[in-house]
Design a protein around this ligand. Sequence first.
Ligand SMILES: [Zn+2]
Length: 254
Amino acid sequence: MNTPRPTWDEMSHADRAGHIRRQLATITKALPYLVDVVGSGGRTSSSGYGSRLPLNLPAFSLRAEIDRDLVFWAGSIRREHPDHPTPLGGDLIGYIRRHAFWAAEWTYGRRLAYELEDLAQDARNLAWPRSDQMSLGACPNTIGADGEAVVCGAPIRVREDKPGEIRCPGCGLTDTIDGWLARIVPDASKPLTAEQLVPLLRRRLGVTVAPSTIRQWKRRGEIVAIGVDEQGRDLFDRHHAFLVVTRRDGRREA
Ligand SMILES: [Zn+2]
């Protein structure tokens, strides 16, 4: 029986810094595999998540998502360290790594670590597809009390050989895979945001797409938003999203 992974709050300052550095190292290793090779016809994979879509599409959008996030986090760290300029057009991963020890105790360190973990996991899955692990989405559990309540937001992952006991690495809440799906994805026929569609597409169709990929489908007119939520995010019909994935599948196999 494995000891459960310590949560962010249980980790020491040095462990947190090491954790941040490990996610950055994984992203660095996976990045070369996330670049679409023009004219290759798209890399495809015969097994694992993402196998039903040409790998170049999610890989390409994940690469863009990673770039956007690194720029955002390097910029945020830079604002706290006006005397540490970010390398011009340069090594943002190295810049964030050099501030990892400081970030381990930063107000936004937990959020940084979760985002890097999420990107590292997606990058790992796309670069080296594995069939025994998938990400379900962000933990929606509310933590903290007395007006300080925040959404946990830690990435929830399931191993196919242990679907019954999935523990949130952020708050420690434990549930089954279907329990987590019900927590993360609102039930019935309610329209869903791109972020909520991601775990549903993984669970129901076994495809891995990034939320940015779904937004790309919208820009290309492949899917239509049927409304917006209270935060102004586009809402989509889940069955329409299933259809888009199925059509893309057919095109590849045709
Ligand atoms: Zn949680």
